[in-house]
Write a protein of this length. Structure first.
Length: 267
């Protein structure tokens, strides 16, 4: 819903928020939701900020538009937000331009911007990619604290299994645009059922195990424009069957909260 249609085309499916299909809403109603009720932290901080505008002007805009705050009140709110994400001398930072900040600093600005309007849903796409491990831990703790205080839902998109273990309640494992497995975070780590999930876990370094060589997932990701009717993980799967190449598996319920999409029942 960030792209215009056309050229964007969505042939099927829904994006539901509080019972409303966002794909059918007119632009004015979408604008009232984007950046207010639903905020997003984008993955690439180096290109997410407008290079022609100061940090302050970009931070106060959503506060003035969505919350109706005056420039003075919005400025103070934005300074407080920068301080919460670990940026010192916030008032000075507000008057700076993006090129004066490092990638990690820009990512903190993006996180502050997403949180200022106190969204109900926060979509975080690799929110700590450009941060070192110490700052990463601080930001994740901040997100957890704000989630607890405000009750907002966080949709975290990441390949970092350590972040998932520390942040998530429910996990959806996806590959080539398809859901392969979903369930509570403890279940996914302890009783993973899909070959792809198992391969991901095996390829993660373990502190409690002596590993001379970390296993890797062989092969390459398939061309998403030329996917067949079968399982897209077929060529890289150690448990594949002939049927896997022919049809994508139906949902298999392992419990009321744990589901997988795989033809192989015993791994």
């Amino acid at each position: 819903v960030l792209f215009r249609s056309p050229p964007l085309r969505i042939p099927q499916g829904q994006v539901l928020y509080r019972g409303q299909d966002l794909l059918t809403l007119p632009e004015d109603k979408l604008r009232a939701i984007r950046g207010h009720k639903i905020s997003m932290i984008f993955q690439e901080p180096m290109t997410s900020l407008n290079p022609y505008l100061t940090i302050g002007s970009q931070l106060i805009e959503p506060l003035m538009i969505h919350l109706g705050q005056s420039k003075k009140v919005a400025w103070k709110e934005a300074c407080d937000a920068l301080t919460r994400v670990g940026i010192g001398e916030a008032d000075k930072a507000m008057k700076s331009y993006p090129h004066e900040f490092s990638g990690g600093m820009r990512q903190r600005v993006m996180i502050a911007m997403a949180l200022t309007t106190r969204p109900e849903v926060l979509i975080a796409d690799e929110p700590t990619t450009a941060l070192d491990v110490t700052v990463q831990a601080q930001i994740l703790e901040l997100l957890k604290k704000l989630q607890k205080e405000t009750g907002m839902a966080i949709l975290l998109i990441t390949h970092d299994l350590g972040v998932i273990a520390g942040m998530a309640d429910k996990v959806v494992v996806m590959y080539a645009g398809r859901v392969f497995e979903e369930g509570p975070v403890e279940t996914l780590f302890e009783k993973s059922a899909h070959p792809y999930t198992k391969a991901l876990l095996k390829s993660t370094p373990r502190m409690d195990q002596l590993q001379e060589q970390i296993p890797v997932i062989g092969g390459t990701i398939p061309d998403l424009s030329q996917l067949s009717s079968g399982c897209p993980f077929y060529d890289r799967c150690s448990y594949k069957k002939d049927i896997c190449q022919e049809t994508f598996p139906l949902e298999r319920k392992l419990s009321s909260s744990h589901h997988t999409f795989c033809h192989v029942e015993e791994l």
